[in-house]
Design a protein around this ligand. Structure first.
Ligand code: GDP
Length: 202
């Protein structure tokens, strides 16, 4: 089966935490970034994808979560754990106002292949998620939507939540990003995410 080898993560190592883009590793490894509101399940997902329980800290302390965390996977590509935007203020202009280093990274990182934006599948569309996706769409970076914690409710409820979210997205972005339903608890979505990553390696 083409690509079947890839879902086997043979190695996953932490490389560095960078305060800003200046401190990011100078390499040309393809990078795949993960972002979402705090508590969305990002750390659990990184641990699930890598098969390493302690790789990303689950519910890490707030200070640490402001850094760009770089991991090296299979010695070929990098998974980048970006700071969550849950505790950032949304400006009155309704422009999203998140960590500046995240904005710099997403705007300028040439080896960034795709951003996985995590959304809690149990919640109605959150303004901050929609604003972020709108902003991301303007950068032109490929992205995907990952609806997390699907094990916490029925498949029907999750699908309804996905549909409501997609309906709330800006018209020009509808149908653009791949959509993945995930659960770190039962490992749903793992293969779909790794396959998208594999496609981005070409
Ligand atoms: P982060 O702040 O986005 O990194 O979120 P964490 O990974 O720390 O998860 C926040 C909380 O949600 C923790 O209590 C996790 O155990 C829980 N959680 C994360 N993912 C899942 C999931 O897929 N299913 C369930 N049931 N709980 C999850």
């Amino acid at each position: 089966m083409p690509g079947a080898w890839f879902v086997r993560i043979k190695s996953a190592t932490f490389h560095i935490s960078a305060r800003d883009i200046e401190k990011a590793p100078e390499w040309d490894r393809p990078e795949f970034a993960f972002i979402g509101r705090s508590n969305v399940g990002k750390s659990s997902m990184i641990n699930m994808l890598s098969n390493k329980n302690g790789l990303a800290k689950v519910s890490a302390t707030p200070g640490k979560t402001q850094l760009l965390n770089f991991f090296v996977m299979n010695e070929t590509w990098s998974l980048v754990d970006l700071p969550g935007y849950g505790f950032a203020k949304v400006a009155k202009s309704e422009k999203i106002n998140f960590n500046e280093s995240v904005g710099d990274y997403l705007n300028s990182r040439e080896n960034l292949r795709r951003v996985f934006t995590l959304i809690d599948s149990r919640l109605p569309p959150q303004r901050i998620d929609i604003d972020f996706i709108n902003w991301l769409g303007e950068t032109g970076v490929p992205f995907a939507l990952v609806f997390t914690k699907a094990d916490k409710q029925s498949a029907g409820k999750t699908q309804a939540s996905v549909d409501t979210f997609l309906a709330a997205m800006p018209e020009h972005l509808k149908g653009v990003p791949p959509v993945i339903i995930s659960s770190s608890k039962d490992r749903t979505g793992r293969v779909a995410i790794l396959k998208l990553i594999e496609q981005g390696l070409d």
